[in-house]
Design a protein around this ligand. Sequence first.
Ligand code: AMP
Length: 406
Amino acid sequence: MKVLVINAGSSSVKYHLYLMPEAEVLAHGFVERIGEKTSELSHFCHGNTYTVPAKVGNVGKAMELILQTLVDKEVGILQQISEISAVGHRVVHGGEEFTGSVVIDENVIASIDKFADLAPLHNPPNLAGIRAAQSHLPNIKQVACFDTAFHATIPKVAYMYALPYELYEKYGIRRYGFHGISHRYVARRAAALMGKGKYDINAITCHLGNGCSITAVKNGHSIDTSMGLTPLEGVPMGTRSGDLDPAILFYLEEKGYDVKTLKSLCNKQSGLLGLSGVSNDMRELEKLASKGHERAELAIDVFCYRIKKYIGAYAAILDTVDAVVFTGGIGENSVFMREKICNAVTQIGVKLDLAANKDAIAKEAEINTKDSQVKVFVIPTNEQAAIANDTYELAKGRTSVLCGSL
Ligand code: AMP
């Protein structure tokens, strides 16, 4: 069965065509800079890269171009579009309604639309991707995989903010959490690497990329996560502040900052970029810090310190920790950050094998010493594989995928 996985954002659409159940990627690519003059499609197939500039005004046009490319006589891989048996869509916000992946119908579409209120930058382009896929491939199952779904198991004590209760009832203000497809995937992989069942692992999964979140996984289920109502909460990120005293915003409002400015300040000008003043890219900061750039050093230190606090807190709520898992651009690639973080959390029983850590770049690896009480894994995330897996399961006729096998 061929399954197309779509991740539609506001300025880009990424795609992967899978052969299932082999989980073989037949082709993949992305359309980027949608809506700009210089939009472009990059397509990878048969070991070749194919790049075409194309005027792509919206997500619908991007989908059209992707499908045309997949059946293109020279660079494509399909004879006809009808070879695609199902489409899986990444959807950022599923509110409290979706505890797993679902086959899309009009009710699901209405809910994704409703939750656009909570994820205004993500759910609308996700929905545009779904609508475009439905119009080109009307007779096959379309599946929604939510970034929030894995966190549906977080107990009320962990998802409630200590605000007036009516705000939860009236506006749904609570912790939802994000990066759920990634946290689920790496937690499942870590269990497999330890020879455990998927519901038999306690782990702290650290998704450290441009966006960062940390999740406490107990018996294979998310029981707390650092991102909240929105992806702004938690550890500092590339350009997002993470946790801060909310009174800072009231104070700045009194100094003349309006809401729009404050939103941009917290989401786009803070985090590693705000602290360092030079970059949100950890590679750049590591280079600068090694040459004595004080603010790059500060940004790295704050990042590590705040991750340490979350790992410590999650070790406390988990009681026992089997594994700490690193994923995301920083988690998968930065030998330096992994060493710094692991050295900061030795109290929970983590002992890093320096040589194994050095060798583990963008590949699955166990990087703890033999006598470490807690395993430490580097696991490159693979959200598209998890989406392909859920889509395949639902297309085959399973009625719900609560917590998929990947
Ligand atoms: P992601 O959002 O998961 O794609 O992660 C992107 C981020 O990963 C970049 O902004 C970099 O900060 C970071 N990154 C990627 N490669 C490296 C590396 N070799 N060393 C340190 N950070 C890296």
